[in-house]
Design a protein. Structure first.
Length: 422
């Protein structure tokens, strides 16, 4: 059926068809059981089919499935907006709007930033992934498969190198670089675009599709100073890094700099399509009546799931769960790096962890073939893995945060054996 009716452009990583999921495991239509270290690409931090979330979804579905917020209002939209304003960082008045996908959240954040500032230009980063719509595809850096053949792209977007210290674009060392990547902004302002024309800088607190790259805290602090100096809004794209993936509810809580706007999606809805923009109230209020919204925006069933997700995660100490994964995984992955020369780097924050594979550690030549073989080997042994990185040479870990210690160690055993096989 897939071959006959689904476009080949709708990609898949592994030949598995799910029948049911529970916690951090799935069963396919043939009865095979897999540990899942992909979590729906970061959507299932709370795990598959959490019973309390399922119950809330059922209760809401019995009342009504849909009533467009732009026509008939419903209470859980307001409750979720209030809750998101309460749990996001920033000691200032906020407002929140819900939409359907991460890309749509980013689109609306950029719209609001331009409307509020009266400026047109946006700065994004090399290696970024912000979505597949025209604007968000423009903000995204990876050409293949995301951008190839789909141009021309949206105007007003400028790119800066992301502080990828393992592969510093300037060939410098973190200890002695003097944050050269941050100083390059002044060159951009002199040569490419005036800071007075820039509405916003959008950055992932931990770069996702780009390879789970954690920027130095000092870089973010300097970025905050640049934004303050020139009246530029700072947008934190928390779509993959949010909801305790990094050990905090939002990864930007590590910064010491409070963003003006946050986009979030993925694990917000426990698998139901839902995203949000949370911002300083005056930013979203700058748009006129009717300028923000959409037919399905903030669907009531998805809102019900999200309210329960936030409740459960805070009640059940999901920060501790992410930090437990971090401690156990980094210990094992560090030992694997010592054992296997093809592992060039182990990095991450909380349970947002990655391995970067190279052909040798001196040249750091990307080893995409090794990653594909490891993913196939692991699948044959019952573990689902996915790749990342603009070079395709990174394995990223997005296991549900409800994974048990036994499941985690079993998955790491399979990973180690899969690396050993090649």
């Amino acid at each position: 059926m897939r071959e006959a009716y689904v476009p080949k452009a709708v990609f898949y990583t592994l030949p598995v068809v799910i029948d049911r999921g529970e916690g951090a495991a799935v069963q396919d239509v043939d009865g095979n059981i897999f540990l899942d270290f992909a979590g729906g690409i970061g959507v299932l931090n709370i795990g598959y089919s959490h019973p309390e979330v399922v119950e809330e979804v059922k209760k809401q579905a019995e009342k009504f499935l849909h009533a467009s917020i732009n026509v008939i209002q419903y209470e859980n939209y307001f409750k979720l907006a209030k809750r998101l304003c309460e749990v996001t960082p920033g000691d200032f008045q906020k407002s929140a709007m819900m939409v359907n996908s991460g890309a749509e959240a980013v689109e609306n954040a950029v719209k609001a930033a331009r409307r509020f500032t009266g400026r047109t230009e946006i700065i994004a980063f090399e290696g970024a992934f912000h979505g597949r719509t025209l604007l968000t595809m423009t903000l995204t850096s990876k050409v293949k498969p995301y951008k190839y053949g789909f141009g021309p792209f949206a105007p007003g977007v400028h790119k800066m190198p992301y502080p990828y210290c393992y592969r510093c674009p300037y060939g410098l060392c973190r200890e002695t670089c003097g944050l050269h990547c941050a100083k390059r902004f002044e060159d951009l302002f002199l040569q490419e675009v005036a800071p007075e024309d820039i509405a916003a800088i959008i950055i992932e607190p931990v770069q996702g599709e780009g390879g789970f790259i954690v920027p130095p805290d000092d870089f973010i602090k300097e970025l905050g100073r640049i934004c303050d100096r020139y009246g530029i809004l700072l947008i934190a794209d928390e779509i993959q890094s949010g909801f305790y993936r990094t050990g905090k509810l939002f990864a930007c809580e590590y910064w010491g700099v409070v963003p003006d706007m946050i986009t979030t999606a993925k694990s917000l809805g426990a698998g139901l399509p839902l995203s949000a923009v949370v911002a300083r109230k005056e930013i979203l209020d700058s748009a006129e009546f009717g300028q923000l919204g959409g037919t399905y925006s903030g669907n009531p069933v998805a809102n019900a799931a999200a309210l329960k997700v936030i409740e459960i995660m805070q009640r059940d100490d999901f920060d501790d769960k992410a930090n437990m994964i971090n401690k156990l995984a980094f210990e094992r992955l560090g030992a694997m790096k010592n054992r296997f020369e093809i592992i060039g780097d182990v990095r991450g924050r909380g349970a947002m962890i990655a391995l970067e594979f190279v052909k040798d550690r001196v040249s750091k030549e990307a080893n995409k073939d090794a990653v594909q073989k490891i993913i196939r080997n692991a699948f044959a042994q019952g573990l689902i893995l996915i790749s990342a990185g603009v070079r395709g040479n990174v394995i990223r870990f997005l296991m549900p945060l409800v994974i048990t210690e036994e499941q985690l160690m079993k998955g790491l055993d399979i990973l180690e054996n899969s690396i050993e096989q090649i």
